[in-house]
Ligand binder design. Structure first.
Ligand code: AMP
Length: 281
């Protein structure tokens, strides 16, 4: 596995691969790999000849009160894990090479970013779309795989790709979970023992909601209220949002149907966790 630091070296590598007729899949990450990241990389190897993993803790997508400086960084361990699953290149640029002096451009998707995580994390999606657009230009992939755990991010990036005519295909990957159901996340490492126990409330809420739908519930507002009450049983849990939305456009749903997605953002202690599930099927 090659480790590339410079954006122009990354682009030259990709140009060579493209000239040789090899397809490239990008998996963009902030590192501290877990099975969720590795599953995306394996998916990349199934669909393309070469997998490029970017590792960049993107300052632009963190708010002033967020965990940029404390975000876990374990470069050597990540490199070993990526090598193990057959990644061709780990692209790990420095912030000053991604945002060179004088940088003053932004990529912004409207609408889709104005609700859910966009509301509680102002500027977050602007940071994500700006860096991913730059990564698309630096890596020139044919495919890019993103996890459905970050469902809104996936929807926003699909929109950006269509709207800005990026010549690549976006692939979504199902959520990878711990054995007890907690969605894997680099941020789970912040949880102490009691918080780790209470973090299971997110998965339990998804299961409760799916059961309510199996039992005939079709009223999204009633379901949201029931889940709001459920989280009150957990003293470390503070709900940011519990919402039923249309999985295609993320608009709030009133009646639950096949397209309805339940999305959750809950703070467990200081750690903000997200999860989601389709409510039917
Ligand atoms: P991150 O390093 O947290 O920015 O995540 C990098 C990529 O991995 C994103 O596309 C995430 O959606 C995806 N990802 C993170 N956790 C999971 C998970 N538990 N299951 C599936 N994909 C995930």
């Amino acid at each position: 596995m090659e480790i590339i630091r410079q954006p122009n070296a990354m682009t030259s590598w990709s140009d060579e691969m493209r000239d040789a007729g090899r397809s490239i899949c990008l998996v963009s990450t902030m590192g501290f790999f877990h099975e969720g990241h590795l599953a995306l990389m394996r998916k990349g190897s199934e669909i393309a000849d070469e997998v490029v993993v970017s590792l960049f803790v993107n300052p632009m997508q963190f708010g002033p009160q967020e965990d940029l400086s404390s975000y876990p960084r374990v470069f050597e361990k990540d490199a070993a894990m990526a090598r193990e699953v057959g990644v061709a290149v780990m692209f790990a640029p420095a912030p000053e090479d991604v945002y060179a002096p004088g940088f003053q451009s932004r990529v912004e998707v409207d609408g889709l970013t104005e609700q859910l995580c966009g509301r509680s994390r102002p500027g977050h999606f602007r940071g994500v779309t700006t860096v991913v657009a730059k990564l698309f230009n630096m890596v020139k992939p044919h495919f890019a795989v993103f996890g459905e755990k970050d469902f809104q991010q996936l929807a926003v990036l699909r929109r950006m790709t269509v709207d800005l005519n990026f010549d690549l295909q976006i692939i979504g990957h199902p959520i990878v979970r711990e054995q007890d159901g907690l969605a894997m996340s680099s941020r789970n490492s912040y949880l102490d023992e009691e918080e780790r126990r209470q973090a299971l409330s997110l998965h339990q809420a998804l299961l409760l909601a799916r059961q309510m739908v199996v039992d005939g519930e079709r009223d999204a507002v009633r379901l949201q209220e029931e889940l709001g009450g459920f989280f009150k049983k957990f003293d470390r849990a503070e709900v940011d949002y519990v919402a039923v939305v249309d999985s295609e456009n993320l608009n709030a749903a009133t009646v639950i149907n096949e397209k309805s997605l339940l999305v959750l953002a809950v703070r467990i202690g200081k750690t903000r966790l997200i999860d989601n599930t389709l409510l039917m099927g």
